[in-house]
Write a protein that binds this ligand. Structure first.
Ligand code: GUN
Length: 286
C-alpha cells in the first residue's frame, strides 16, 4: 500500500487565496490592512529563511509587514524596548519574535513582553492558559495548521487514538490540546518513552515533532494511519527531510505529509490567519 500524500503547499495556497479576498474586504471596512511585525535576532540561515517566507506570505495575501532585523549582540533590554514600541504602535496588529534567540536573551521574558492581543504565535502565558481552559485565545500556528490539514483532508479525529511524539510548547503540547478538543484519545510520547514503537503502533493519527530526522520508520506505523511530519532539517545527504522516514512510512501509512511541502506552508498560512484575527479583535476593541 502507498500513502496518500497530503499536499500542504496546495492546501495553504487555497487558504491564502481566500485570505487575499478577505483582506480587500477588511481594508474597505476598516480603512487599513492588517500589519504583521517580525523581529529576527542574529544571522541563523534557517531562521532567516523562515522569516523571509513569512514576509513573502504577508505580501502575497496583501497585508502590510515590518521586518526588524537586529544583531545577535543586542541586549535583552534593547530587544524588550523594540517590543514595547511595537506594543504601543497602533498600526501594528501582530508581533512575532523568531525563535530561537541567542543564549544571553531569556526567551520566556521576551514572549511575555508581547501584549497578548498582538501575540500571533499564541506563545504568551495568557494565550496558553486560555487555550487550555477552552477560552478564546490565539492558537499557535503549527498546531492550528495541522488541524486544518486534517480537516481539509476529511480526517475527523473523533474517537481516534492520536499519538504525538514530542512535548514542546510550540507544537507537542498545543496540538495535544487541539486533538483532545476534537475528541481524540491523546497520548504524548517523548524522549523518556520506554518503547516508542509500541506506542506509535497504536496511533490512528501520528504527529511527529521530535526534532530527530528520520526517527519514525515504517515498522512503527499501523497500516493506514495518518502521519503528520512536523520535523525539518537536513539528512545525511544534505537534503531537506523530516522526522519521518518518508520511504518506509509511505509504504505503511494511509496518509502522509511530505517535507518540505507539508506542515511548513500551513504554519506560515496560519500566521497570516492569526494576524487577521488580531487585526479584527483590535478593530472591534476600539
Ligand atoms: N521558530 C520555529 N518555529 C517558530 C514559530 O512557530 N514561531 C516563532 N516565533 N519562532 C519559531
Amino acid at each position: 500500500m502507498s500513502a496518500v500524500i497530503i499536499d500542504g503547499k496546495q492546501i495553504s495556497a487555497s487558504f491564502k487565496e481566500k485570505m487575499r479576498e478577505r483582506i480587500v474586504e477588511l481594508e474597505a471596512k476598516y480603512g487599513r490592512k492588517p500589519c504583521l511585525a517580525v523581529i529576527i535576532v542574529g544571522e541563523d540561515p534557517a531562521s532567516q529563511s523562515y522569516v523571509r517566507g513569512k514576509i513573502k506570505a504577508a505580501a502575497f495575501v496583501g497585508m502590510d509587514s515590518r521586518l526588524i532585523e537586529l544583531p545577535a549582540t543586542i541586549s535583552e533590554e534593547e530587544l524588550l524596548g523594540h517590543i514595547a514600541d511595537l506594543n504601543a504602535d497602533g498600526g501594528v496588529d501582530g508581533i512575532l519574535v523568531q525563535l530561537p534567540l541567542p543564549r544571553h536573551i531569556n526567551s520566556d521574558k521576551v514572549i511575555e513582553a508581547i501584549v497578548p492581543m498582538k501575540d500571533v504565535d499564541g506563545f504568551h502565558p495568557m494565550n496558553v492558559a486560555n487555550l487550555w481552559l477552552g477560552l478564546e485565545s490565539m492558537v499557535p500556528c503549527t498546531p492550528k495548521g495541522i488541524m486544518k490539514l486534517l480537516e481539509t483532508t476529511g480526517i475527523n479525529p473523533d474517537g481516534k487514538i492520536a499519538v504525538i511524539v514530542g512535548r514542546s510548547n510550540i507544537v507537542g503540547k498545543p496540538v495535544a490540546k487541539l486533538l483532545l478538543d476534537a475528541n481524540a484519545t491523546v497520548i504524548i510520547a517523548h524522549t523518556h518513552t520506554a518503547d516508542l514503537k509500541k506506542i506509535t503502533l497504536q496511533a490512528d493519527i501520528l504527529v511527529v515533532a521530535a526534532g530527530k530526522i528520520g526517527l519514525l520508520k515504517g515498522d512503527m506505523v499501523k497500516p493506514g494511519a495518518v502521519v503528520i511530519d512536523v520535523g525539518i532539517g537536513r539528512n545525511s545527504e544534505g537534503k531537506l527531510a523530516g522526522d519521518v522516514d518518508f520511504q518506509s512510512v509511505s509504504q505503511s501509512a494511509g496518509y502522509l505529509t511530505p517535507v518540505p511541502g507539508g506542515v511548513g506552508p500551513m504554519t506560515i498560512t496560519m500566521l497570516m490567519e492569526n494576524t487577521i484575527e488580531c487585526f479584527i479583535n483590535r478593530m472591534n476593541a476600539v
